[in-house]
Design a protein around this ligand. Structure first.
Ligand code: BGC
Length: 247
């Protein structure tokens, strides 16, 4: 049984648990800390260290999902975290600071990997789009099960800003939108994504996937649209799957 510490870093919380990566399940209760504000590399690394101590995991392999574009070990964006992450060599830095072999991928890609292998994507062929609707919007696209990494569908231009400012769960809460108003806007976004990408399946992830029944009636896509099956743990499980020796 392969066990890995999975860490799911979000704009609001940093969560960790030990994951059995062969079965896609948590083997310990997940532990969550608030994301420090400002969410700088130094402050966030301190929280990661706490998670490693909590799990007695120093020196052992870690997989991490992180809310930014991650290319060649470097963070290349920072939408809901501190700007100092932009162009930051995250993998090398954390390897050194956490004293553990670590790999970091985009958080939505991580959730997508878990959903694709162990959740609702497992039986789906063709083009699958997973959207995580949380503080921001993350996306993971799979073609016949193969991930196209670092897509940022939440950052498509929308009205005077970008998609995530209108249809993230955070936008719904802060603008106090009803599920009807928010759901209809989400539908417009999904219709646009359908036009440009022709997906076969769309999976809605993030905490709001639990309330899918409240907005499902406002969605009229050609592709099937369904909530993620793995709910909140997909991010941690997928993060662990991306660890250096998880495969
Ligand atoms: C970031 C993405 C991330 C998503 C969810 C967006 O603001 O740009 O990289 O996947 O939030 O955390």
């Amino acid at each position: 049984m392969k066990e890995i510490l999975g860490i799911d870093v979000g704009a609001t919380g940093i969560k960790g648990a030990i994951v059995n990566v062969e079965e896609g399940v948590l083997v310990t209760e997940r532990i969550k800390y608030p994301t420090p504000k400002p969410a700088t590399p130094q402050a966030m690394t301190e929280v990661m260290k706490k998670l490693i101590e909590d799990h007695n995991w120093k020196g052992k392999p870690i997989g991490m999902g992180f809310p930014a574009i991650i290319k060649d070990g470097v963070a290349q964006s920072a939408s809901n975290i501190d700007d100092s992450w932009i162009d930051f060599p995250i993998v090398g830095f954390l390897n050194k600071k956490l004293k553990s072999p670590i790999n970091v991928i985009n958080d939505a890609d991580a959730a997508g990997l878990a959903e694709q292998k162990f959740g609702g994507g497992a039986d789906k062929k063709g083009l699958v789009i997973l959207l995580t609707l949380g503080t921001g919007i993350g996306s993971a696209i799979f073609n016949d099960g193969v991930l196209i990494p670092n897509t940022e569908l939440g950052h498509l231009k929308w009205k005077e800003s970008v998609v995530e400012k209108f249809v993230s769960n955070n936008a719904r809460e802060t603008k106090e939108l009803s599920f009807k108003v928010w759901g209809k806007e989400l539908n417009k976004v999904l219709n646009h994504l359908e036009f440009v990408l022709s997906p076969d399946h769309i999976i809605i992830g993030g905490g709001i996937s639990k309330k899918f029944h409240k907005y499902q009636e406002f969605l009229d896509c050609v592709a099937t649209v369904e909530p993620a099956q793995m709910l909140n743990n997909a991010g941690i499980i997928g993060a662990a799957m991306a660890a250096p020796i998880a495969k």
